[in-house]
Design a protein around this ligand. Structure first.
Ligand code: GDP
Ligand code: IMO
Ligand code: MG
Length: 427
């Protein structure tokens, strides 16, 4: 049985957490492959709403094992807080959560460096979540990082001190004011707590499970347009959010990848800076934001909103080899007389249907097709047959343009508000 991958096709917050939770009963193992506590994956069931940051979104199910892969960066303080919240809810985290020895650690100074770097950029800032993601991946590729496998070694404190000395020099270079003594005690306390959780050589574990025919789902964080190589650089995160990231972030060979589930919202959102070709600055944008509760699950920042961008979606589908699309938040588009979909861009006076290198707003403007909206409330629907005709047309339009079937239509945040389309209904 091949390893399936689930990832976001836009700028993050597409609803990955919800769908991983919905699909988990079909899998034995859920593995997060990149990112860190910059992520916020929301799950809702039985009236409970829960946001996961580092822990895979399969953790609420009885059977599945959840692995934090080598490609993830871990802030011990955030992870321990997540674990404690789950234990309080009665989740057996100790037996179901496994940490890769090769996952890198976010130090308190990484967070300070993130803040210093953003402050130095001024108006050009990335809009980072300031969780220390960029500096931690910099130390990983710079071959200076500390890993989960280091925490039980006798010279861990020395390694920590040596890295912190380097960071202090950088912080001084930025003239950044900080109080490390305030941050260190809780960090070391969390490290002690982490020592009691299961560490594994996750690449061996996953490949053995693969050989034993276990069903494995790789869970991505962020979205393809935030990918370090293929996103709107430099306004991106610092990891490979795309399908290839599942190979490097869990130790899965490319020929072992099976289905690739691409999650997208029925419209677009972005939090943080950077190009967003279909961004709306008017009442329609506000309506989508308010109705869709588009405020960051980690930082609470209002998300920027806009219509669906097909050239960008097609780009993400291409880079990831998406085999099935899953459309989220269809319910939020109820009540619009007309729904606009961007099919092309006007780029330097030319009509193009692809995402070009330079997608700054002054270079490129969206060209829309108008589709008919629907008024029906979708949140109580139980099957795709109940969907209004205009929604069926919206779905068919996207499938035709992108060339990949939409297998799930999500109509609300709860697990149960998930419409599974049958094969015959797909293009
Ligand atoms: P993730 O980071 O991709 O897991 O997504 P987030 O959890 O950050 O953001 C998605 C938000 O939309 C969360 O608040 C979800 O509860 C919510 N959500 C997911 N699917 C739907 C849906 O179909 N309809 C509505 N109204 N909300 C949804
Ligand atoms: P999930 O997994 C949405 C954005 C930040 C910023 C840029 C870089 O919940 O979809 P970073 O903290 O990585 O240095 O920030 O990326 N960003 C996200 N946006 N969802 C996320 O994760 C994000 N993680 C990072 O807002 O623009
Ligand atoms: Mg999120």
């Amino acid at each position: 049985m091949k390893v399936d991958v689930l990832l976001g096709l836009q700028w993050g917050d597409e609803g990955k957490g919800k769908i991983v939770d919905v699909l988990t009963p079909k899998y034995d193992i859920i593995g997060r492959f990149q990112g860190g506590p910059n992520a916020g994956h929301t799950l809702e069931f039985n009236g409970i709403k829960h946001v996961l940051r580092t822990i895979p979104s399969g953790i609420f199910h009885e059977k599945a094992v959840n692995i934090i892969g080598n490609g993830v960066v871990i802030d011990p303080v955030v992870l321990i807080a997540e674990i404690e919240a789950l234990i309080k809810m009665g989740v057996d985290v100790r037996s179901k959560l496994l940490l890769s020895t090769k996952a890198h650690l976010i130090l308190p100074t990484h967070r300070l460096l993130d803040a210093a770097s953003e402050a130095a950029k001024g108006k050009e800032k990335i809009g980072s979540t300031l969780k220390g993601i960029g500096p931690t991946y910099m130390d990983k590729t710079g071959r200076n990082g500390l890993r989960i496998g280091d925490i039980k070694t006798p010279n861990f404190k020395e390694k920590y001190n040596a890295l912190v000395e380097k960071h202090k020099q950088l912080l001084n270079f930025h003239n950044f004011q900080y109080n490390l003594e305030e941050l260190e005690p809780e960090w070391f306390k969390a490290i002690e707590a982490l020592k009691t959780f299961q560490q594994i050589e996750s690449e061996h574990y996953i490949n053995e499970a693969f050989n034993d025919n276990k069903a494995i789902l790789a869970e991505g964080a962020q979205g393809s347009l935030l990918d370090i190589d293929f996103g709107s650089y430099p306004f991106v995160t610092s990891s490979n959010t795309i399908c290839a990231g599942a190979c490097t972030g869990l130790g899965i060979a490319p020929n072992r990848i099976g289905k690739v589930f691409g999650i997208f919202k029925a419209y677009c959102t972005r939090v943080g800076s950077g190009p967003f070709p279909t961004e709306l600055f008017d009442e329609t944008g506000d309506k989508i934001r308010n109705k869709g509760r588009e405020f960051g699950s980690v930082t609470g920042r209002p998300r920027r909103t806009g219509w669906l961008d097909l050239p960008a979606l097609k780009y993400a589908v291409m880079i990831n080899g998406v085999t099935e699309l899953m459309m989220m938040k269809a319910d939020i588009l109820s009540g619009f007389e007309t729904i606009q979909v961007c099919t092309h861009y006007n780029y330097k006076g030319e009509k193009i249907d692809y995402l070009p290198y330079d997608c700054a707003p002054e270079m490129l403007s969206p060209i829309y097709t108008n589709l008919k909206g629907w008024n029906q409330d979708l949140t109580g629907l139980h099957s795709p047959e109940q969907m209004p005709e205009a929604l069926n047309e919206y779905i068919s339009f996207i499938e035709r343009e992108v060339g990949v079937p939409i297998s799930i239509v999500s109509v609300g945040p709860d697990r149960t508000q998930t419409l599974m389309r049958k094969k015959k209904e797909l293009v």
